[in-house]
Design a protein around this ligand. Structure first.
Ligand code: PAD
Ligand code: ZN
Length: 366
């Protein structure tokens, strides 16, 4: 089968022939239909997120089940599925605490580049070939843990469903689970890419107002407004992102701010633009060696909540069908998220357009 391999950081992806084993007892093989192009993969390509290489990237995918292992129940060949990049184990401390987003086993497979139990199902003629986030869906087929496939209604187009594997669930969950935004709350969102647009549309669905979208690419203004932003700040025109938010919130700052880029300056700005006792939610993934600088006195005196959100703090088996139901009933917009489709052979072009900020979401279609 064909797959996009990252051999080393700061290199282009190589579309190569690779081999795939049959699924193990608790694994599922999936014929991919579509895979979204997420900035997290780009972080890996830049060397900003350490994962074992060479690996097949891609973590935002949907497809059709081909084979299931002998101990898999409830998933059958032919099922349409979305992949989850947190295949939570269900029995670690965090899963039992109701926080599968923090699952220890899922973190371990992210670091080891394997499937649970150190299983390696990918092979090529150049030595080891690692899995990525338990998904590796920039490939015609993949093998994933059974906990990482979520069956969906087969009438939903798979190129739209794929985005619910990461961008939509991450943005939606940051608003609905992490921040719990309410009607009339003011929200600012720094970064209007595939994930940020979903923060905006979930905030709109939750009844937030105003919703202040901020992006350094002025082309994102129309998109942000289409997804529910009430105001847009062009960050290429100012270094001061805080004053425009204060101006739109009676000088207080917004109730919630979401950072959806992964840069230290914008994380600091998100904390700065939140009102006293408001909440800043960091969604963007910064390189692990970077630190941010925040005023120490402000912690007690302003009592802001600063938190992160990983995969939208979601329970994928519950949230992915929930989000797709909202799409089917016309409440969430997935159609305008898929702004560009590419063949697997054109995957480097898809990443080039991601970094230029010209797309809402690019999708590889198989
Ligand atoms: P994207 O490339 O589609 O969007 C990023 C947006 O940020 C673009 O619109 C840029 O124009 C804009 N931008 C970049 N730099 C600046 C700046 N200095 N000031 C203002 N705007 C700027 O990325 P994405 O939406 O796929 O991902 C965004 C981040 O979220 C990225 O760090 C990714 O790794 C992270 C992410 N986190 C999770 C999670 O679980 N927390 C999941 C998925 C992605
Ligand atoms: Zn992602």
């Amino acid at each position: 089968m064909r797959a996009a391999v990252l051999v080393d950081s700061n290199e282009a992806l190589q579309v190569r022939d690779v081999a795939l084993d049959n699924p193990g007892p608790k694994e599922v093989s999936v014929k991919m239909a579509a895979a979204g192009v997420c900035h997290s993969d780009w972080h890996v390509m830049q060397g900003d997120l350490p994962v074992p290489l060479p690996a097949i990237l891609g973590h935002e995918g949907a497809g059709i089940v081909e084979q299931v292992g002998k101990d898999v129940f409830g998933i059958r060949p032919g099922d349409h599925v979305v992949l989850s990049w947190i295949p939570s184990c269900g029995h670690c401390f965090y899963c039992l605490k109701g926080r599968p987003d923090m699952c220890d086993e899922a973190f371990n497979i992210q670091l080891s580049g394997s499937l649970p139990g150190n299983a390696m199902r990918l092979h090529w003629d150049q030595g080891p070939l690692y899995h990525y986030l338990g998904t590796s869906c920039f490939a015609e087929q993949t093998v994933v843990p059974d906990t990482g496939v979520i069956p969906i209604d087969p009438s939903i187009p798979l190129n739209k469903a794929a985005l619910v594997g990461c961008a939509v669930t991450t943005g939606f969950g940051a608003v609905v689970h992490t921040a719990q935004v309410g009607v009339g709350d003011s929200v600012s969102v720094i970064g209007c890419g595939g994930v940020g647009l979903n923060v905006i549309q979930a905030a709109h669905l939750a009844g937030a107002d105003p919703i202040i979208a901020i992006d350094a690419n002025g082309n994102k203004k129309d998109l942000a407004k289409k997804f529910g932003a009430t105001h847009f700040v062009d960050a290429s025109q100012t270094d001061d992102l805080i004053t425009p938010v204060l101006d739109l919130t009676q000088g207080r700052g917004s109730d919630f701010a979401f950072e959806v880029i992964g840069r230290t300056e914008t994380i600091e700005a998100a904390y700065g633009m939140v009102r006293k006792a408001g909440m800043a939610v960091i969604v963007g993934v910064a390189p692990p060696h970077l630190d941010v600088s925040l005023n120490a006195f402000s912690f007690p005196s302003q009592s802001k909540i600063l938190t992160g959100s990983w995969y939208g703090q979601s329970v994928p088996a519950v949230d992915i069908p929930r989000i797709l139901g909202l799409y089917q009933r016309g409440k969430l917009n997935l159609d305008d998220l898929v702004s560009q489709s590419y063949a697997l052979e054109d995957i480097n072009e898809a990443f080039r357009e991601l970094t230029q900020g010209t797309v809402a979401r690019g999708v590889i279609e198989f």
